[in-house]
Design a protein around this ligand. Structure first.
Ligand code: ADP
Ligand code: NI
Length: 205
């Protein structure tokens, strides 16, 4: 993953994967029942083929993870468990539920979402928006609470809308208490940031 994603510029780079891996391990210390091999492999492979860069194909990630694990001689049981975590990891729009079916899924989804908020999350959002050629902000374009994965996928709104359409809601959608604790600080920082952004936008401060 490091060699595949080292120079990636949209916020899905190796540094993101590494942070998710380290955070999933950290969150797992409060969950000894989680299988460390499943958690760590899923964290490391979760962005191996993101739907956003594979023509919206949501099965591309699980499929690529399966192929690589099989090439390494992983058992079918291990492959299935990792594949399931990856299938369940992504955010799909504000109005779409993203339940997890295992503790390992909870840890990896929480770790991935923590990396979308706070100082790093802000940087990633604008990096992604720049990568897609989107404006930073346009007060004329209202945020949308996407109620289907399809409409979320087709979204092309200015980047600040992403805070209202996803980032400011993530802290209330975490599965583990350990992740909620980390999210408090990151969320507060992001709220302050958005408030300042808006006052600078209008030349107020
Ligand atoms: P997740 O893996 O949690 O589902 P995504 O893969 O959707 O997250 O997003 C990865 C990163 O790209 C996150 O930091 C996210 O905020 C950012 N991102 C995704 N969609 C947008 C968007 N429309 N505008 C700005 N940033 C985005
Ligand atoms: Ni990710």
């Amino acid at each position: 993953m490091e060699s595949l994603f080292a120079g990636e510029g949209s916020g899905h780079d190796w540094a993101h994967i590494r942070r998710v891996w380290l955070m999933a391990r950290r969150l797992a210390t409060a969950h000894p029942e989680a299988d460390a091999t499943v958690t760590e492999l899923a964290a490391l492979l979760h962005d191996i083929a993101d739907w956003k860069f594979h023509g919206g194909d949501y099965e591309a990630g699980p499929r690529a993870a399966r192929a690589w694990l099989a090439s390494q001689g992983a058992t079918e049981v291990l492959i299935c468990r990792v594949e399931t975590v990856i299938r369940e990891v992504s955010f799909k729009g504000l109005g779409v539920d993203t339940p997890v079916s295992s503790i390992e899924g909870a840890l990896v989804q929480d770790a991935d979402r923590l990396d979308a908020i706070g100082a790093v999350g802000i940087a990633r959002a604008f990096a992604y928006g720049g990568h897609k050629g989107r404006p930073l902000h346009d007060p004329a374009v209202a945020p949308v609470a996407h109620d289907s994965f399809a409409s979320y996928q087709q979204n092309t709104a200015p980047t600040l809308n992403h805070f209202y359409e996803k980032l400011l809601h993530l802290k209330d959608r975490l599965h583990t208490a350990a992740a909620r604790e980390v999210a408090e600080r990151r969320h507060a920082y992001m709220e302050t940031y958005v408030a300042r952004f808006l006052s600078e936008w209008d030349g107020v401060d």
